[in-house]
Design a protein around this ligand. Structure first.
Ligand SMILES: Nc1ncnc2c1ncn2[C@@H]1O[C@H](COP(=O)(O)OP(=O)(O)OP(=O)(O)O)[C@@H](O)[C@H]1O
Ligand SMILES: [Mg+2]
Length: 247
């Protein structure tokens, strides 16, 4: 896909003490591209996600967003970070705020929107994720799948240039997984740039432009889903696929 790069990691290395968790990572995600990251537990997928918006520092290499290197810290970093939304396995909603407030808060605090304007935008987004009728409920009154869709609406409310998902459906009961994946598929169709760590291979096949396979902190394969699933090159990927496609 010949597109403008939006996220660019060059030669990124990261350590936790002696543990070398990201090794010489080179990754470019183009505008509108959907990249699914897969790999065994501990291979560095979450760390890579967190590195993209500098929730983690790196020992060497560069991370750039839309052509600008991510600053080390300070307000410039906060501004750039707000351009990349993140959705985690645990939804991290504020328990004592309504759904509408959860989606509106950061719009007011970070984006400086007026309360009424933020709430209007929140209702639009809640409608988009199929939760218009639940705006005044509290998170505990929603199912896991509904809570995760609120978290997606909240991320979208910041008008991000890209969204990162770290195992967004792993904590959900099976019957709720699809409603979340469907929202993500819709975003992909609308051209949202997305980096998605997931074990949902159906989603990878149907929505991803590329599958990135990681093992031991390295990117071992970076190919189209079709190529990756039908003809993995590395033994690590073959082994991984045989395990996850079996269960
Ligand atoms: N805060 C931390 N301090 C020390 N080591 C860490 C920390 N976070 C992660 N690690 C280690 O870094 C390596 C990569 O972890 P990471 O969470 O990125 O893997 P992952 O691919 O997301 O795994 P999983 O599929 O289990 O979520 C692992 O060996 C992990 O134990
Ligand atoms: Mg992880």
């Amino acid at each position: 896909m010949a597109v403008d790069p939006l996220i660019e990691l060059r030669d990124v290395n990261k350590y936790y003490g002696d543990l070398h968790v990201l090794r010489d990572i080179d990754l470019t995600v183009g505008k509108g591209e959907v990249v699914v990251i897969v790999g065994p537990s501990g291979s560095g997928k979450s760390t890579l996600c967190r590195t993209i918006n500098r929730l983690e520092t790196v020992e060497s290499g560069t991370v750039a967003l839309d052509g600008r290197p991510l600053p080390e810290e300070g307000r410039a970093l906060a501004r750039l970070r707000a351009e990349v939304g993140m959705v985690f396995q645990s939804f991290n909603l504020f328990a004592h705020r309504t759904v509408l407030q959860n989606v509106s808060l950061a719009q007011v605090k970070v984006r400086g929107r007026k309360k009424g304007e933020a709430e209007r935008r929140s209702r639009e987004l809640l409608d988009r994720v199929g939760l218009a009728a639940h705006a005044d409920k509290y998170p505990a009154q929603l199912s896991g799948g509904q809570q995760q869709r609120v978290a997606i609406a909240r991320a979208l409310a910041m008008d991000p240039k890209a969204l990162l998902f770290d195992e967004p459906t792993s904590a959900l009961d099976p019957e709720m997984i699809n409603e979340v994946l469907e929202v993500m598929r819709q975003l992909a169709r609308e051209g949202m740039t997305m980096v998605v760590v997931t074990h949902e291979m159906g989603f990878a096949r149907s929505a991803a432009h590329r599958v990135v396979f990681m093992a031991d902190g390295r990117i071992v394969e970076d190919r189209t889903p079709e190529e990756f699933f039908t003809n993995p090159h590395s033994d690590r990927a073959k082994d991984f696929l045989s395990k996850i496609l079996k269960h």
